[in-house]
Ligand binder design. Structure first.
Ligand SMILES: C[S@@+](CC[C@H](N)C(=O)[O-])C[C@H]1O[C@@H](n2cnc3c(N)ncnc32)[C@H](O)[C@@H]1O
Length: 242
């Protein structure tokens, strides 16, 4: 995690001046596929995500786990239509800063509508790849239901740990009860191309990606918190410098 954070003042948001420093090859085809899918589903996803926003208290638990203070800067990667933005804005207040990052312009349009309706002046939205963060430092990073879309979640979450004092990830865990597993299996099978699953065991791949994100936090964070919600199917994993 960020070296100068222990006991020091909260970090400000810093944008990189020369790229993200990430030298991993860029998989443009995969990113374009993700953008196309989420663009097409942005309206329906927005409705679904808002209708289910309080289920299991997952989103509230994620924002709590970031342990943000008024004036902090927080980045949400894969912010989608912005369902977490109200709680993030609430946590950092009017003097803080919230940045939502997503690759889907239609998702960002939905989020922008919310920002405009609420009249928030300190919430900005950036079209960018979360695997190559457009930010160099922040107090907190949040990512809900995004890391399973990365080919190498360990690398991406490690990168986030380098830039923020607190990183919180929520992801599906296909180890909950049988009914939940069946629902997840159907979801992943229907969206195999979206997850870019290359095996005939997409559920296993989903489990492996969630585990990889968890391992990155285990390896990088000084303080770890983890909990399972919604019959054990959703893991909330938090890593902090202190
Ligand atoms: C399942 S939605 C989750 C949205 C939101 N985090 C939520 O919890 O409702 C996944 C989102 O991640 C975005 N996404 C996927 N891969 C991304 C990437 N590499 N960089 C930025 N955004 C990405 C998609 O466009 C989509 O909006």
């Amino acid at each position: 995690m960020a070296e100068d954070a222990a006991g020091g003042p909260r970090r400000r948001l810093v944008t990189p001046d020369g790229g993200s420093g990430d030298t991993a090859p860029r998989d443009g085809t995969r990113l374009r596929r993700i953008r196309r899918s989420y663009d097409a589903w942005a309206r329906a996803y927005d409705w679904f995500a808002r209708a289910t926003a309080s289920v299991g208290g997952v989103r509230a638990a994620c924002v709590d786990a970031l342990d943000l203070a008024p004036g902090d800067a927080v980045v949400e990667f894969g912010c989608g239509p912005g369902v977490n933005l109200p709680a993030l804005r609430g946590a950092v207040g009017r003097r803080g800063r919230v940045v939502g990052v997503d690759v889907s312009p239609r998702m960002l349009d939905r989020a922008a509508g919310l920002v405009e309706r609420r009249g928030w002046e300190n919430v900005s939205l950036v079209e960018a790849d979360a695997e190559r963060p457009p930010v160099a430092a922040a107090d907190g990073v949040l990512a809900t239901f995004v890391t399973s879309l990365f080919a190498d979640p360990y690398r991406v979450v490690s990168r986030w740990c380098d830039l923020a004092d607190a990183v919180v990830v929520a992801a599906f865990v296909p180890e909950g009860n049988r009914a939940a597993n069946a629902a997840l299996r159907t979801f992943v099978a229907l969206n195999g191309r979206l997850f870019d699953a290359r095996t005939d065991d997409p559920l296993g791949e989903l489990a492996a990606r969630t585990a990889a994100a968890r391992r990155a936090l285990d390896d990088r964070a000084a303080v770890r918190e983890r909990e399972r919600r919604v019959f054990g199917t959703i893991a909330v994993e938090a890593g902090r410098d202190r």
